[in-house]
Every structure is written in structure tokens, then in C-alpha cells.
Design a protein around this ligand. Structure first.
Ligand SMILES: Nc1ncnc2c1ncn2[C@@H]1O[C@H](COP(=O)(O)OP(=O)(O)OP(=O)(O)O)[C@@H](O)[C@H]1O
Length: 264
């Protein structure tokens, strides 16, 4: 479980009373899929970086499976909007790169990497260079690379944000399929309310000025979900209201879901 207690963050140059976000209490249960949404600048990416140990909070505590985060933890993989593949390496070697850096067993990793590429439908591109692939294919490679070390936590910052709508939807479905084989805890920052509703078990809504958690919504709906259906649409509508602050609610403080969506 990922646990945040009273977490606040300030960038250098911000005054003492200013914060990127403040008072963040959050519990992310093991193997759950949590999406973070909110208006631009409310601190979503910074929050993800703090959980990843890439940035330090100015107050509060962050722990993963009971261990305080004070640097990038081993069991965590990251994925960003840009695939950031190494152009001089073939696809398979890009996927294997984290294992090579960690000095891990490459023979076993190779089988796993090929299996992941197979599951993502790009095994036939294992020998290609990244620049020979489409944007969607490159992001699939980045997803395989993020999963090859079998992380228990996957932190994703707008991972499919640069893709066209159709590819984005397919990538989401692929991610859910991969998780059935290899379950991990996922925290995904997304600008897409629809993506959050289709993928997540729980959605954290952040608000700006100062950044804070406004609400947490549990999405207790079976998968696959379809936004043409009433229940997912109701959740998307509730999220939209919260993001644009039409509900008149204040900061969330308990770290647990508070909003119940009426599904019928
Ligand atoms: N390196 C930095 N130094 C100073 N301020 C920063 C830095 N990075 C981000 N900020 C500020 O911190 C705030 C939160 O930024 P962050 O990128 O976390 O927000 P976000 O919710 O992810 O935004 P977006 O949805 O636009 O990606 C913004 O006001 C931003 O200008």
C-alpha cells in the first residue's frame, strides 16, 4: 500500500506560506488502480514525483509497503508522456535496459520482455529501432520497459497523452490486460476524465491554489466499461463537476473516498 500523511510540497523560490500542494492524505491499496485528475497546475505531476522519490516533500510522510520513501524505491517503475527510448538500441534492448542497469538476469528478462512485446502486439518489431515505430508502438515499448522488472508499483504521468484517441483507448485496454497477468499498484496522472473512468478503481480529484485533494471517488463498476452506458457517464459527470468546482465542496482531508456516485 502507498500511504501519504499530511504531505506538502514547495518548490525552491516559493515563499514559506506558498505550497505546490498541501495537506495531502492518501491511501492507495495494493494492486489498485488509482487515477489523479485536476486542473492544470494543481500539482498532479509533482505529487507523482514525490511518491516516486524524485522530489522531496517539505512536510508529511510518504511510504510504500511501510517503508518511508526517501529516493527512488526499487519496486517502482515510471512512465511518462514521452517514450524516451534510446534510439541506438533495438526495441528488445530498450525493454531490457532497466534490467541491464540493475545487473539482473538477462536470460529470464529476455523471455519476459518478448512475452510483454507479444502481449502488446509488437513482438515482430523486437529488432527494429525506435524511430522505425509509430508513436503508439513506441509508447507500447515504453510500457513493456516499465513492466519488465515486474515492479509492484507503476507510476504513470499522462502516459498516453501524446497518442491519438483511438490508440489511447487501446493502450488503456492493453494496460488492463497486462495487469491481469502481472498485477501491480498503478497511480496514473491523466488529463482525461474518460480515461480515469474507464481504467481506475479510484479517482483522486485535485484542486489548485493551493494544490490539494478535493475529493476521492471510488469507481465501483465492472470492466470492460463503456462510456456510452449510464453508470460510467454518471461518474464522468460527477468528476467534471468536482474538477470545475461546481459542487461547492472544500478540501478533502481523510485519505479515503468520500463521494458516493448514484449509479442509477
Ligand atoms: N521546477 C519547478 N519550479 C518551480 N515551480 C514549478 C516547477 N515545476 C512545477 N512548478 C509549479 O508547480 C505547480 C504544479 O505543477 P505540476 O506540474 O505538478 O502541476 P500539474 O497539475 O501536473 O499540471 P499540468 O496538468 O499542467 O501538467 C505549477 O504552478 C507549476 O508552475
Amino acid at each position: 500500500m502507498i500511504e501519504l500523511r499530511g504531505v506538502a510540497h514547495r518548490y525552491p523560490g516559493q515563499a514559506d506560506e506558498e505550497h505546490t500542494f498541501t495537506g495531502v492524505d492518501l491511501e492507495i491499496p495494493r494492486h489498485s488502480f488509482v487515477a489523479v485528475v485536476g486542473r492544470s497546475g494543481c500539482g498532479k505531476s509533482t505529487l507523482l514525483n514525490v511518491i516516486a522519490g524524485l522530489d522531496a516533500p517539505c512536510a508529511g510522510s510518504v511510504s510504500i509497503d511501510g517503508k518511508a520513501v526517501c529516493g527512488p524505491p526499487d519496486a517502482v517503475s515510471l512512465m511518462f508522456q514521452a517514450p524516451t527510448l534510446l534510439p541506438w538500441l533495438p526495441v528488445l534492448d530498450n525493454v531490457l535496459f532497466p534490467l541491464r542497469i540493475a545487473g539482473a538476469d538477462l536470460a529470464a528478462g529476455r523471455d519476459r520482455a518478448l512475452q510483454l512485446l507479444e502481449l502488446c502486439g509488437i513482438a515482430d518489431r523486437a529488432r527494429a529501432r525506435p524511430q522505425q515505430l509509430s508513436g503508439g508502438m513506441q509508447q507500447r515499448v515504453a510500457l513493456c520497459r516499465a513492466l519488465v522488472s515486474q515492479p509492484s508499483v507503476l507510476l504513470m504521468d499522462e502516459p498516453f497523452g501524446a497518442l491519438d484517441a483511438l490508440t489511447r483507448e487501446l493502450m488503456g485496454e492493453e494496460l488492463l490486460r497486462l495487469r491481469e497477468r502481472q498485477p501491480q499498484t498503478v497511480l496514473m496522472v491523466t488529463h482525461s476524465i474518460e480515461e480515469a473512468v474507464l481504467l481506475a478503481d479510484r479517482v483522486v480529484v485535485m484542486a489548485p491554489d493551493p494544490g490539494r485533494i478535493r475529493e476521492i471517488i471510488d469507481v465501483d463498476l465492472p470492466r470492460p466499461r463503456d462510456l456510452a452506458q449510464a453508470q460510467p457517464r454518471a461518474v464522468a459527470g460527477a468528476l467534471r463537476e468536482l474538477i470545475f468546482e461546481r459542487g461547492g465542496s472544500t478540501a478533502h482531508a481523510a485519505g479515503q473516498p468520500r463521494v458516493e456516485v448514484a449509479y442509477d
